[in-house]
Design a protein around this ligand. Sequence first.
Ligand SMILES: [Zn+2]
Ligand SMILES: [Zn+2]
Ligand SMILES: [Zn+2]
Length: 369
Amino acid sequence: MYSNHEGHAMLAPQGTDFLGPTAPPPSMFDNVPGYEGTVAGGGGGFVPPPAPYPPPAPEPAPVQPEWNIPSITEDTAREAFLLYASGHCCYSKAPAQDGVITSMDAFNTYRYRLETFIESRSTEWDHEVYNGQPVDAFTQTAPGPWDIQVQMPALFQDHTEDIKVPYTSSVKDCHTCMATGRIPCKECSGAGNKVCWVCNGSGVRSGEEQCSHCNGRGRENCSHCHGHGSTECHTCHGKRQLLVFIKLKVKWTNNIEDYVVEQSSGLNVANLSSVSGKELFKDTQYMVYPVMGFPDPAVGQAAERLVRDHQAKYSQNARILQQRQTIELIPITRVTYKWKGNSHTYFVYGNEFHVSADDYPATCCCTIM
Ligand SMILES: [Zn+2]
Ligand SMILES: [Zn+2]
Ligand SMILES: [Zn+2]
């Protein structure tokens, strides 16, 4: 389908494929055993890990620690509230300063978190400018996608790595320029010149006088290609050849899922994603066993469900490398206070003492009359 370009490669009309096809044609790719179906440009190509991976024997969870519930003092609540008020430039500090705390109620809640750190692999054909790199296609059998040794990054941190699959690299003619190293200039459509902008192509100006800009030719040299009609090919950078190879993309992903035990304080649970709690339990293993015997049965049920879900979901197309489960106790205190005769509430939550005060009574200090 590209043969009709050869005859007039330098004079191709302005069109959609004027600069040549962006993706190489499939005929450029060798048939590599074990990599059938690999395409260029990504878009899938995930390779499931081989099946006979030894099934995990989850270890029982460690012995329970002693659970204790921290609570905050009135001073802490007041300080956090003052900080909150001063963090809003328009809020008057008066309610936070002068409000009288009438009650403090703890609504501490548990957060169970499961993290599953996985590795997935996909393959695609790729190419780069050929500069004399080693060419090794078919000198040996290419190793399978999961047989290639890759250095693992730090646990529970997202990372990707691209690797040339050994014994798949070959040299091919550049598909964009048909191995000429040059493509038609896009400014002049390959002509090397264009209509003179002074005389608009007539060759004359004001009556009979010859146009001095183009010497009466009506056309001027294209400045983009310096009159050549072509520019360097952007795919091969003028080298005419490409190194074509299979790229292995290795991706490490940490999948985090939380379960927060329902609480009736009135605080929106979404607020809790920004804070940490007191860590009561932490268990890191190749594959965790759902935490058992926790005082709040909702936590145990969530753990069982999430562990089952993750192990089913992530062992299909990826390899689970490590799991971590934690239980945090997130302190939530609802503070009721009186200011100017009315009762209001605010919440102090998390180790960071974040404050939520939706009904702050003085949200504008700069009264303009
Ligand atoms: Zn002219
Ligand atoms: Zn040009
Ligand atoms: Zn090229």
